[in-house]
Design a protein around this ligand. Structure first.
Ligand code: ZN
Length: 295
C-alpha cells in the first residue's frame, strides 16, 4: 500500500486555552506547531489563524502570510488553508484568502479546505444539558460553486470536507458543472454534532461512495481518531490529527502539542505496515504540482 499522509490540524477555530494551554494563537506559535508536526511525520498542515491576543478565529490574510512565511523558512510541508474559517464568518472573508495569498508565489497555498455542504453545527454540553455552540455551517450552491471556482482559478487543490454522505454527491455535482476536477481529494470529518458519527460502518460507506481514483483521509473529534485512524490506514486511506480535533493523547491526558498526536498516528501506521509520506511523497499521491516546494 502507498505511504500514509498525515495532516496536522494544528489550531482550528473552536478550541481555546481554557480547554488546553497548548493551543497555538500567534503566527509564531502556529508555525512552531506546524514545523514540529512535520518533524514528527506530518506531510500537510491544515491552517487556521487566530487573533494573537484573544485567540478568536480570524480570516486575516496578513496573519496567514506571516504564519506561512515562518513555516516555509523551515520546511516544505504542504500548506492547506481553511476556507471554512470559524462560525459566523462572511463568505467573502472565507474565500478571500485564496486570491490574497496567491498573489505571492512563495505564499500560495497548495491546498485549501472546501466545506462541501451545509450543516447544523453544534456542541452539546452534556453537563449543562444545553448547546454551547448552535450554528449553521452555511455553504449554499452559489457559494460552493464560487469557492471551488476560485480555487480552480488560482491552482489551489480543494480538499472536500465531508461531514455527511450527501456532501459527496455535492462534490460530484461540482465536478459535473466543471468547477472541480479529477483527481478529487476528500477529507471525511466524523464525530461532529450534526454530521456522521465516527464508526467503522460510516467510514466504509463513505470511502465506497467516492469516485474511483480519488484519495481520502479521515479525521474524528476526540480520541476516536486513534481507532478510526487505524481503520483508515488499514483501508488505504490517510489521516488528519491535531489539536483542532482532539486535545488529548490518551484518556484524561492533554496532548502537550500537535507533534505528540502526529507521532501516535505515525506509530500506528508503521505498526500496520505503512510508511509515512514526506511532503514530496504526498505531492505525488495527491497529484499536486511541484512548483510550490521549497526548503
Ligand atoms: Zn479546520
Amino acid at each position: 500500500m502507498e505511504k500514509t499522509i498525515i495532516t496536522a490540524a494544528v489550531t482550528g477555530s473552536l478550541v481555546n486555552r481554557n480547554q488546553s494551554p497548548y493551543i497555538p494563537y500567534t503566527p509564531e506559535e502556529i508555525a512552531k506547531e506546524a514545523i514540529e508536526s512535520w518533524r514528527a511525520g506530518a506531510a500537510v498542515v491544515h491552517l487556521h489563524v487566530r487573533d494573537p491576543n484573544t485567540g478568536e478565529p480570524v480570516q486575516n490574510p496578513e496573519l496567514f502570510k506571516e504564519t506561512i512565511r515562518l513555516i516555509r523558512s523551515e520546511c516544505d510541508i504542504i500548506i492547506n488553508v481553511s476556507t471554512g474559517g470559524g462560525p459566523g464568518m462572511a463568505f467573502n472573508e472565507r474565500i478571500g484568502i485564496i486570491p490574497s495569498l496567491s498573489s505571492q508565489d512563495d505564499l500560495k497555498p497548495e491546498m485549501a479546505s472546501l466545506n462541501s455542504g451545509s450543516l447544523n453545527f453544534g456542541i452539546l454540553s452534556r453537563k449543562k444539558n444545553t448547546f454551547i455552540l448552535d450554528t449553521i455551517q452555511q455553504n449554499p450552491w452559489s457559494q460552493l460553486t464560487k469557492f471551488a471556482d476560485t480555487m480552480k482559478k488560482f491552482g489551489v487543490k480543494p480538499e472536500s470536507e465531508i461531514y455527511e454522505v450527501g456532501m459527496i454527491h455535492n462534490v460530484k455535482t461540482l465536478k459535473e458543472i466543471g468547477v472541480i476536477e479529477d483527481p478529487l481529494h476528500f477529507q471525511f470529518v466524523l464525530g461532529v454534532l450534526g454530521g456522521m458519527q465516527s464508526t467503522v460502518d460510516n467510514l466504509v460507506f463513505l470511502k465506497n461512495s467516492i469516485p474511483s481514483g480519488s484519495t481520502w483521509s479521515v479525521c474524528s473529534i476526540g480520541l476516536g481518531i486513534f481507532s478510526i485512524g487505524a481503520v483508515a490506514i488499514a483501508c488505504g486511506g490517510h489521516v488528519r490529527v491535531g489539536l483542532e480535533d482532539c486535545l488529548y493523547s490518551s484518556k484524561g491526558k492533554l496532548a502537550n502539542g500537535n507533534a505528540e498526536l502526529v507521532s501516535q498516528i505515525a506509530d500506528i501506521s508503521k505498526m500496520l505496515g505503512r510508511e509515512i509520506a514526506c511532503p514530496e511523497d504526498a505531492r505525488k499521491i495527491l497529484n499536486l504540482s511541484k512548483n510550490e516546494s521549497k526548503g
